[in-house]
Design a protein around this ligand. Structure first.
Ligand code: ATP
Ligand code: MG
Length: 426
C-alpha cells in the first residue's frame, strides 16, 4: 500500500478532479455558459449553504432529498443550515431577496456543486455539479419550448446523439389532487403488490410511486390511471402547444405519463433528457415548470420554469468521444547559467505578443538532458532551446517533440513570436 493508514482521504462520493480531467470540465462550462448567454440568460451566483427551512419548504418534506439526502448541520449559533442539494431553491430565494422580479422577466443560469447524501455509484455522487437555468415571469409554453430547444442545441453542439427527450404534464394543483385520489384508490386495490418503498409513499407522496426504479413495479404502474386524463383545459392547451412547438422545431420526444420528477414544486410541463450510454444513471438533464414556488417562498405569485443538468454525467458521455488537450504549445529549455535570465525575459516578451501561447518555462535549472526530459513529459509540442551559442547569435533553436519527421530549426529571437503564431496557428 502506498498510502499509510493515517493518510487522510476524501469523503466517499466527493471526488477530486485531477488536472487530466479538468480540461473537459472547463470546456463544458465554457460552451454551456456561452450558449446560455447567447439565449439571453445571465449568470447568478448564490451561496452553497442556506437555511434548512428553505429546502424543506421548496423541495417538499416528503421527498427523497429532504427525507434522507440533505447534508444538514447546526452552525455555532444553533441555526440549522443545509448544503444545497439543488439550485432552484437558492435561486428563488436570491431573486426574491433582491427584488429582481420587479425588474421584469428574468432569464438566469447558475453553475456549481450540489450535495446529496446518496449511495455513491457510477453517475451518482455526494458532491456533484450542475448547470441550471431558471426563467421567472413567463407562463406560456413558448418559454418551456425555448428551454427544451436550448438543451437540444447543447447536445448537438457537444456532439451527443444518444439522448432522448421525455415530457409530461403534471397539470395544476387541483387536477393533480384529483389525479392523486384516483391513483391512491387504484394502488390501494393492489396493496399487496407494492414494494416497501411504495407502501410508504402511498400515504405520503403517492405520485412518486410512478417514478419507482424497481422493475417489479413496472406492470402495476403501466396500468395505473393516467395523469393526462385529469388535466383541465388550461393545462391541456399548454401541453398541446408545447408539443406543437417541439414538432415545429423537429425535436423528437416521448410523452411519458410516469414522469413525475422527484421534487414537490413542479406543475404542468416536466421533462427529462435521458441516455442509454451511461447505464442506470441515465438522466442527464431534468426540469419543469414551478409556478407555485415563488408564492410558496413568500413572493408575489410568479410563473417560473427551469432545468438542471448533471455535469458528471455529461462528462461521462463526453469522455468517450472528446479529448480536451491542455498541454503546453512550447517548453523553454535554457542551457547554462548565463542564459537563465534571458530565457525568462524572452518568455515574458513572447507572452506580451502572444497571449494565447501556452508556454512552460523550465525552472530550477538542470542539464540539457534533464530539461529536455521535462519538456517531453509536459506533453508540449515544441521545445524552445536557448544555449550560450544561440544567445550570442540572437537565435532560438526549435525542436519538434511530437513529430519525429520534422527537422530541428532555428529562428531569430525577435522573429520568434511571429514564427510561433504562424506555426501553432494561434
Ligand atoms: P435521479 O433520478 O438520477 O436521482 P434527480 O431527479 O434526483 O435524479 P434532479 O434533482 O432533477 O435529479 O437533478 C438534475 C440532474 O442532476 C440529474 O438529471 C442528474 O444529471 C444530476 N444529478 C442528480 N443527482 C445526482 C448525483 N447524486 N450525482 C450526480 N449527478 C446527479
Ligand atoms: Mg435523486
Amino acid at each position: 500500500p502506498i498510502l499509510a493508514n493515517s493518510t487522510l482521504q476524501a469523503i466517499r462520493g466527493m471526488n477530486d478532479q485531477l488536472p487530466a480531467e479538468t480540461g473537459l470540465c472547463q470546456f463544458l462550462e465554457q460552451e454551456l455558459g456561452s450558449l446560455l448567454q447567447a439565449y439571453g440568460y445571465r449568470e447568478i451566483r448564490f451561496p452553497i449553504v442556506e437555511k434548512t427551512e428553505l429546502f424543506k419548504r421548496s423541495i417538499g418534506e416528503v421527498t427523497d432529498i429532504v427525507e434522507k439526502e440533505m447534508y444538514t448541520f447546526d452552525d455555532r449559533n444553533g441555526d440549522s443550515l443545509t448544503m444545497r442539494p439543488e439550485g432552484t431553491a437558492g435561486c428563488v430565494r436570491a431573486v426574491l431577496q433582491h427584488g429582481l422580479l420587479n425588474e421584469g422577466v428574468q432569464r438566469l443560469w447558475y453553475m456549481g456543486p450540489m450535495f446529496r447524501h446518496e449511495r455513491p455509484q457510477k453517475g451518482r455522487y455526494r458532491q456533484f455539479h450542475q448547470i441550471g437555468a431558471e426563467v421567472f415571469g413567463l407562463s406560456g409554453p413558448d418559454i418551456d419550448a425555448e428551454m427544451i430547444m436550448m438543451t437540444a442545441r447543447f447536445w448537438k453542439m457537444l456532439g451527443l446523439n444518444d439522448v432522448r427527450l421525455h415530457i409530461n404534464s403534471l397539470g395544476n394543483a387541483q387536477s393533480r389532487n384529483r389525479y392523486r385520489d384516483s391513483l391512491v384508490e387504484y394502488l390501494q386495490g393492489h396493496y399487496e403488490e407494492l414494494d416497501d418503498d411504495s407502501k410508504r409513499r402511498l400515504l405520503t407522496n403517492p405520485l412518486r410511486i410512478l417514478d419507482s426504479k424497481n422493475p417489479d413495479m413496472r406492470p402495476l404502474i403501466e396500468s395505473a390511471p393516467r395523469m393526462g386524463d385529469y388535466l383541465d383545459d388550461a393545462s391541456s392547451a399548454h401541453f398541446t402547444e408545447l408539443r406543437e412547438r417541439l414538432d415545429a422545431a423537429e425535436i423528437a420526444y416521448t410523452v411519458d405519463d410516469t414522469l413525475v420528477r422527484g421534487l414537490d414544486y413542479y406543475c404542468d410541463t416536466v421533462f427529462e433528457w435521458i441516455t442509454d450510454t451511461l447505464g442506470a444513471q441515465g438522466t442527464i438533464c431534468a426540469g419543469g415548470r414551478y409556478d407555485g414556488l415563488v408564492g410558496q417562498l413568500g413572493g408575489k405569485d410568479c410563473p417560473a420554469v427551469g432545468f438542471a443538468m448533471g455535469l458528471e454525467r455529461l462528462i461521462g458521455m463526453l469522455a468517450t468521444t472528446r479529448e480536451v488537450v491542455q498541454n503546453p504549445h512550447a517548453y523553454f529549455v535554457g542551457v547554462g547559467d548565463s542564459v537563465q535570465i534571458e530565457m525568462q525575459t524572452y518568455a515574458e516578451k513572447l507572452r506580451d505578443s502572444l497571449p494565447a501561447l501556452r508556454l512552460t518555462v523550465n525552472a530550477g535549472g538542470g542539464s540539457f538532458k534533464s530539461q529536455f526530459k521535462k519538456a517531453d513529459r509536459s506533453g508540449s509540442e515544441l521545445a524552445l532551446i536557448l544555449g550560450e551559442e544561440e544567445l550570442a547569435q540572437g537565435i532560438v533553436a526549435i525542436k519538434y517533440l511530437r513529430d519525429s519527421a520534422a527537422e530541428q530549426t532555428t529562428v531569430a529571437a525577435d522573429e520568434l513570436a511571429g514564427w510561433l503564431a504562424q506555426n501553432l496557428k494561434i
